[in-house]
Design a protein around this ligand. Structure first.
Ligand SMILES: O=C(O)c1cc(=O)[nH]c(=O)n1[C@@H]1O[C@H](COP(=O)(O)O)[C@@H](O)[C@H]1O
Length: 234
């Protein structure tokens, strides 16, 4: 069954037991899930099998950033594990992204989406300046997204604040995955470039990554269902 919802719930938990407990309170018909660095480092690939067994599509968010050969091999392993989406850092450059795309093209029957992270949603102009980038976050996102597209990526991770720009510059089929999603009234936390779920969809986002606003809620499934309802899905 294909999930109609654009929501990807970030299972940012320190133990597999907590992540599985949360997944069981959710529903694969109503969302996909994301496994990131904290959970994967603790649980290893077994967590992917457990979440697949529960019926979830998985975004494996390890943001690979290394030499082309290393990243291409890591991306291949992820695709062979059957994950729905995997990501690399666009700032790893063209050769790293092309090697990754080529590695996936050589895997028969894979349908894993390969996505490049542009500028993290926790970063603003000051953060970019400190690492030697004198562009605005918007301009740097556009530069990296263009590079990602021409390097064979299926899409990018960006802030929903940049979705409209990328949708019109790169076309509606280029997949836009947007974290930094905050329903009205929820805590911003460490995110800097944020939008609400409804605003993000209007701007052209394809997928909305939501962690704490759902997983730290008293009733996660209620927040998920309400958000889907607000978006007109399920
Ligand atoms: O690649 C990501 O998923 C990601 C990229 C980015 O620029 N910003 C970002 O927040 N994320 C991830 O999206 C999730 C956001 O979680 P919350 O801030 O709790 O909603 C976290 O798991 C982050 O690791």
């Amino acid at each position: 069954m294909t999930c109609q919802s654009p929501i990807v719930v970030a299972l940012d938990f320190p133990t597999p037991a907590q992540a599985i407990d949360m997944a069981k309170r959710l529903d694969p018909a109503l969302c996909r899930v994301k496994v990131g660095k904290e959970l994967f480092t603790k649980a290893g690939p077994a967590i992917l099998d457990e979440l697949h067994a529960l019926g979830f599509d998985i975004f494996l968010d390890l943001k690979f950033h290394d030499i082309p050969n290393t990243v291409a091999n890591a991306v291949s392993v992820a695709a062979k594990a059957g994950v729905w989406m995997v990501n690399v850092h666009a700032s790893g450059g063209r050769r790293m992204m092309e090697a990754s795309a080529n590695a996936l093209a050589n895997i028969q029957d894979h349908n894993t989406l390969l996505i490049a992270v542009t500028v993290l949603t926790s970063m603003d102009q000051t953060d970019l300046q400190e690492i030697g980038i004198d562009l605005s976050p918007r301009d740097h996102v556009l530069r990296l997204a263009n590079l990602a597209k021409s390097s064979g990526m299926d899409g990018v991770v960006c802030s929903a604040q940049e979705s409209q720009m990328l949708s019109s510059e790169l076309g509606k089929d280029f997949v836009l995955v947007t974290p930094g999603i905050r329903p009205i009234g929820s805590d911003q936390g460490d995110q800097k470039r944020i939008l609400t779920p409804a605003e993000a969809m209007v701007q052209g986002s394809h997928y909305l990554v939501m962690g704490r606003p759902i997983t730290q809620a008293a009733d996660p499934i209620a927040v998920l269902m309400q958000t889907n309802k607000d978006l007109g899905v399920a």
